[in-house]
Design a protein. Structure first.
Length: 333
């Protein structure tokens, strides 16, 4: 069976809608037909120097949202990255296969280091995509469901996989394919609809957070920036705000954008926003309730994560042994 791997960072107290529509929805679907492995990548989150208690809390909250959204622990493996030490081990090996220029070209690194300034940046931010490649290659992953912003990182993972196979022999690792669903690959900020919705760059009014108070979710949708025109039409270039709302509407209602546009012919933006707010709130409420149940039973949650880590680690060790052997690292007695 083909294998799926994906991950998210525990960098916030709630996932935002882009994380959900761009990736998590696909995780849940793909586990039906694939062997699925999903991770909360806490080692990646260290690159932004989180507070101790905040990191611990967000790691559980992130895992809870995966489960609440429908990741089924009886079917998929769910684990915390730092519980599987092979990730950091393979990342070191892969860093020796990565060119400085290659890592320096990553646009997320450039954006993030520009945000914090050169003195605030760290080597971990630079090697971040190498650790991500390790996450993926450890599991002989065929398919990686992510949003558009991870495309370049995925490309690096593929290049590294091919390089390993060239240098160490075919079959050393599997070359992964990105799974990026065009319609929802980039959900935009509600206030600045030409920028992606992002926990680190969006302000509170630009976001829809899964665990937010429904009133705030509705308020943000109703206050979303649109344009001075009045026609409801899907035109991402000319009408980014309205088009983003239509994308979200379509994703949550399961209806085609054309149908939605036809239904709102002659109506005002306000109508669309009021209806969308209700659709989103109705959809997210049960997810939020289930996430809260998991958050309120951390022992149960930790048990799921422990079982996931133990199975993931067994798979990862087989890959790491194969790579170490092909590299010529002397095996321990
Ligand atoms: P992260 O934690 O920033 O985001 C998690 C997932 O959400 C997607 N995403 C979006 N999709 C659509 N519209 C948006 N506005 C939006 N914002 C975020 C991201 O594309 C991602 O799929 N480097 C990764 C985490 C990672 C990873 C991995 C992913 C580490 N190792 C291995 C896949 C495989 C990241 O920072 O995602």
């Amino acid at each position: 069976m083909t294998r799926v791997f994906s991950a998210m960072q525990p960098t916030s107290d709630s996932l935002q809608l882009g994380n959900y529509l761009g990736a998590l929805v696909e995780w849940v679907k793909l586990q039906e037909t694939h062997e699925a492995i999903y991770s909360v990548v806490d080692l990646h989150a260290l690159t932004v120097a989180p507070d101790r208690d905040v990191l611990t809390r967000r790691t559980r909250v992130t895992a809870a949202q995966f489960l609440a959204a429908g990741v089924d622990p009886d079917r998929s493996l769910l684990f915390v990255q730092s519980h599987v030490p092979q990730h950091a081990e393979l990342a070191w090996v892969l860093s020796t296969f990565t060119g400085m220029g290659e890592a320096g070209r990553m646009t997320q690194f450039k954006d993030k280091s520009a945000q914090v300034g050169e003195s605030g940046t760290n080597v971990g931010l630079f090697t971040y995509p190498v650790l991500m490649a390790a996450d993926i290659l450890l599991y002989d992953t065929n398919v990686v469901p992510v949003g558009e912003d991870q495309r370049q990182h995925l490309e690096l993972s593929r290049d590294l996989a091919q390089r390993l196979n060239t240098r160490l022999g075919e079959g050393t690792v599997v070359v992964p394919e990105p799974h990026i669903v065009k319609a929802t690959a980039k959900i935009f900020d509600l206030q600045e609809p030409t920028k992606k919705m992002s926990k680190s760059f969006s302000g509170p009014k630009g976001l829809i957070e899964i665990l937010d108070d429904p009133k705030k979710v509705a308020k943000n949708i109703k206050a979303a920036a649109t344009d001075s025109d009045t026609v409801i039409r899907f035109d991402p270039e000319g009408k980014p705000g309205v088009s983003n709302l239509l994308t979200i509407y379509s994703a949550f209602s399961g209806r085609a954008i054309d149908q939605i546009v036809a239904d709102y012919e002659g109506k005002m933006y306000g109508h669309l926003k009021v209806d969308l707010a209700e659709i989103v709130v109705d959809y997210l409420t049960p997810i939020r309730d289930r996430a809260m149940e998991w958050i309120e039973s951390p022992e149960r949650l930790d048990e799921v994560l422990a079982q996931g880590a133990s199975k993931a680690s067994a798979i990862a060790q087989v890959t790491l042994d194969r790579i170490y052997d092909r590299l010529g690292l002397l095996p321990p007695l």
